[in-house]
Design a protein around this ligand. Structure first.
Ligand SMILES: *[C@@H]1O[C@H](CO)[C@@H](O)[C@H](O)[C@H]1NC(C)=O
Ligand SMILES: *[C@@H]1O[C@H](CO)[C@@H](O)[C@H](O)[C@H]1NC(C)=O
Ligand SMILES: *[C@@H]1O[C@H](CO)[C@@H](O)[C@H](O)[C@H]1NC(C)=O
Length: 360
């Protein structure tokens, strides 16, 4: 009983923690709160991938300040609010929910005038958060050999052509082309060695490999939408621009993929991965540019894929064993008391007076 409570307390304190960072001129330096971790609990059958956040309401979120990725200075923080990151897995898929407050901004066909999000994960053991893997080669020299060990996996969702509440990402047409593209909603599966060496899965600087796939799916939503039955493209921009509310971005991916080229991160139940989240917003109605994004931290944030059923049933077993043993202890104490009482009654010195035989 006490242990789950302790874990809950620890998680709660972690989710209150805060990332602080700064960049000294020239040399990149970063002080990130090393205690912050995102926990993906095992919760099967809870999440519908539709961009709606109702089904996430009982899942603890992790709140992050959004600072400019290239110059993480607190005074340039995203003014709209913090980003809440939630994650869980169902044994096969990992799910993410990103919530961020923001006035509604949507410009059909112009993704740079709409908010946008990306997830980034470490693949190679030497891949740094800073510089998207941190390979030192430039665009003309980076290859899977010269940048080996610096691979990062990226999912980027630009919503300019994506209808809210509809599913985008991996689809049969782009997957049959053997790459990580998404011609319908621009929810793409990318890998990179640094910001200049960034490719769709399956596409490479020297050769393409037709085995690339887009393994992500996702949807977006904004709290000002009133229609729940489903939008069509004609209804764009779907709500009144400038209205205050919350953006929701929801994603899923299989824990493991069929990647053979170090272009996808692989999640392990009971294991940890390194992740980060980026957010673009058309501040003051100005279109954003690629490097002008906010980030949840200035270094990797650990993501724990929690053990599910086996751990639960083990703790349940040990829990019921404890109850059983406590009960049997109680029983044995009770029976000890009883036997003491009985023996006291049996061997109690009887105050029967001595009567000599002669007097009878
Ligand atoms: C990572 O860097 C270390 C030290 O430079 C090196 O020994 C190791 O082989 C690298 N790992 C990969 C996968 O390249
Ligand atoms: C790889 O695919 C991309 C996009 O389809 C194409 O532009 C490029 O020429 C291809 N590269 C090679 C080496 O075939
Ligand atoms: C690099 O990519 C090419 C083309 O996809 C592939 O044939 C080759 O095996 C890869 N090399 C390494 C070291 O991964």
């Amino acid at each position: 009983m006490l242990r789950p409570l302790l874990v809950l307390l620890l998680l709660a304190s972690a989710s209150i923690g805060r990332v602080s960072s700064h960049e000294e001129s020239g040399q990149w330096s970063c002080e990130s709160n090393s205690e912050i971790r995102v926990e993906a609990e095992f919760k099967p059958g809870l999440i519908t991938l539709d961009g709606h956040a109702d089904d996430w309401k009982d899942i603890d979120g992790f709140e992050f300040s959004l600072l400019p990725a290239l110059d993480p200075d607190a005074e340039n923080e995203y003014k709209g609010g913090k980003m809440t990151v939630k994650a869980l897995h169902d044994g096969h898929y990992v799910f993410f929910m990103l919530q961020v407050d923001g006035e509604y901004a949507y410009s059909k066909g112009n993704s740079n005038k709409c908010p946008s999000v990306a997830l980034m994960f470490q693949i190679g053991e030497n891949a740094t958060y800073h510089n998207m893997g941190g390979c030192q080669e430039d665009k003309s020299t980076c290859t899977n050999k010269t940048c080996k060990g610096h691979e990062v996996d990226i999912m980027h969702f630009s919503i300019g052509n994506a209808i809210p509440g509809r599913l985008y990402g991996g689809n049969p047409i782009d997957n049959s082309d053997g790459n990580g593209g998404d011609r319908f909603g621009h929810l793409v599966d990318i890998y990179a060695w640094n910001p200049h060496c960034r490719y769709l899965d399956g596409i490479g600087p020297s050769a393409n490999d037709s085995s690339g796939q887009n393994d992500w799916k996702g949807a977006w939503w904004h709290s000002t939408f009133t229609v729940h039955s489903g939008f069509t493209e004609e209804e764009s921009p779907y709500a009144e621009n400038g209205k205050k509310g919350t953006y929701y971005f929801e994603f899923s991916r299989p824990l493991r993929t069929m990647d053979r080229l170090q272009q996808d991160t692989q999640f392990t139940i009971g294991g940890s991965s390194m992740m980060s989240v980026a957010f673009w917003y058309p501040v003051d109605d100005q279109p954003w540019h690629g490097s002008g994004h906010y980030s949840v931290g200035c270094d990797w944030v650990p993501l724990d894929i929690s053990l599910g059923a086996s751990l639960l049933s083990k703790s349940a077993q040990s829990g019921s064993w404890n109850v059983a043993s406590a009960f049997s202890l109680l029983l044995s104490v009770a029976s000890l008391c009883l036997s003491v009482f009985v023996s006291y009654r049996v061997f109690r010195p009887k105050s029967v007076p001595f009567t000599p035989m002669e007097n009878l």
